[in-house]
Design a protein around this ligand. Structure first.
Ligand code: UD1
Length: 413
């Protein structure tokens, strides 16, 4: 795997356009299968997971084009309904193709998805919900063989946990069906709202996205459409944390505060000044960063688990003790051992991490284990004195367009 090299400290200042959201574009690319037409999607980030989704679409028989930040998918012809393990293993989001593929072709054959190792990541909620819609799913030696038994019939589904992926799979599978499907305790993430906006543009009838009750009226008529992906809130938080921990002043362009409202109080508590404008957010970092009392990850609109490692990296430089409670994933503290190598003092007890910051972090050789963990190590590396080398650059490139950190990061083979 490639390595990231940073010669710190590097102040992150200036202006930056926030790339389109990874967690929007991935389900939307899967959803293009349902359109049976040409879809034009704008503001697409140039990241490895997007390329994996395009590989899957091409494999299935769609025609795709990625020019600048626009992707065009023509899904009028689909020649396959199975996805090989090699592609499924590249990312967790590959499982979202299950809902759209079954809706389009009535059958889908795929394997369990891969993705970042954050502890066990089962798909039981996806499977049980899809079965309630009348889809049979057999696990034959790790291959999921799925087919519509008779037809997909709308039903009421109550999710035991507001899983993002399960909510998306239900929405996709029930978009083409007879009757109405209701999801109770649905995930409320802005990326789910973006997915339903796209689906409604191509002809679906979905209401309530953004609340915990989503209603999908099944339909059979779909058309082409154009869509603009929302900004990536986790990338925005990453850049703010990079500015805050390197003493920078940064303007994030084309992003509104509502997307990151759970993170703003944390930046303010640590001493940053946040100015909000109609379309931009500005962060002015303090001379010294201070610890924050508690960061507790929660489903949206709570503080996002994807920003936990990122804010922890920032607070590794803060004066005082900060506490993190991870409630979404079982094993999402792998970055802590690496932050310790830079000089942070961190103790873990189950799902709680206690960080005592160190204003003078110093460069070290680090290993990234997952996407957001990699971003965290980059933030700490930018703040540290001396050279930091991070192995596992591809984790970072799965979700971040390199152009957001111009002239700061070097990637070596
Ligand atoms: C999505 C996001 C990911 C984010 C996560 C939580 C995308 C592409 N990825 O992932 O960046 O970190 O939401 O906000 O949008 N679970 C089960 N059974 C299931 C499904 C989930 O037990 O069938 C558990 C998971 O193991 C995890 C928790 O539920 O502990 C949250 O998972 P989920 O919301 O489904 O996350 P993803 O859709 O995988």
């Amino acid at each position: 795997m490639r390595k990231i090299i940073i010669n710190g400290p590097c102040e992150v200042s200036g202006e930056v356009d926030i790339q389109g959201a990874k967690n929007s574009i991935l389900p939307i690319l899967a959803a293009t299968i349902i359109a049976r037409n040409e879809c034009v999607i704008k503001n697409c980030p140039n990241i490895l997971d997007v390329h994996t989704s395009l590989e899957i679409l091409n494999y299935l028989g769609c025609k795709t084009k990625f020019e600048g930040s626009t992707i065009i998918v023509d899904s009028s012809q689909i020649s396959k309904n199975e996805i090989p393990e090699k592609l499924m293993r590249k990312m967790r989001s590959s499982i979202i193709f299950l809902g759209s593929l079954i809706a389009r072709t009535g059958r889908a054959k795929l394997t369990f998805p891969g993705g970042c190792e954050l502890g066990p990541r089962p798909i039981d909620l996806h499977i049980s919900a899809l079965k309630q819609l009348g889809i049979s799913i057999d696990n034959i030696h790790g291959n999921l063989e799925c087919k519509i038994e008779n037809k997909i019939i709308g039903t009421d589904i109550v999710l035991p946990f507001p899983s993002v992926g399960a909510t998306e799979n239900i929405i996709l599978a029930s978009s083409i069906c007879s009757g109405t499907t209701t999801i109770e305790n649905a995930a409320r993430e802005p990326e789910i709202v973006d997915l339903t906006r796209f689906l409604n543009k191509i002809g679906a009838k979905i209401h309530g996205a953004g609340s915990s009750k989503i209603v999908i009226e099944g339909t059979h008529k779909f058309n082409s459409s154009e869509h603009y992906i929302i900004p990536d809130r986790i990338v925005a938080i990453t850049l703010m944390a990079a500015a805050a921990s390197t003493g920078g002043n940064l303007t994030l362009k084309n992003i509104k505060t509502d997307l990151i409202s759970s993170a703003i109080p944390i930046f303010e508590e640590s001493g940053c000044l946040i100015k909000t404008y109609e379309k931009n957010i500005e962060i002015l970092s303090p001379e010294t960063l201070y610890s924050v009392k508690e960061v507790r990850t929660m489903p949206y609109p709570g503080f996002p688990t994807d920003a936990q490692a990122i804010i922890m990296a920032m607070l590794s430089k803060a004066i005082g003790t900060s506490v993190f409670v991870e409630t979404i994933f079982e094993s999402r503290f792998k970055h802590t051992e690496e932050l310790i190598k830079l000089g942070a003092k961190i103790k873990i007890n189950g799902n709680v991490a206690i960080i005592e910051g160190n204003k003078y972090l110093s460069g070290a050789k680090l290993q990234a284990y997952d996407l957001r963990g990699a971003a965290a190590l980059i933030i700490a590396g930018l703040a540290a004195y001396g050279k930091t080398t991070i192995s596992g650059a591809d984790y970072f490139l799965r979700g971040y367009d390199l152009s957001i950190f111009p002239n700061i990061l070097t990637i070596n083979e």
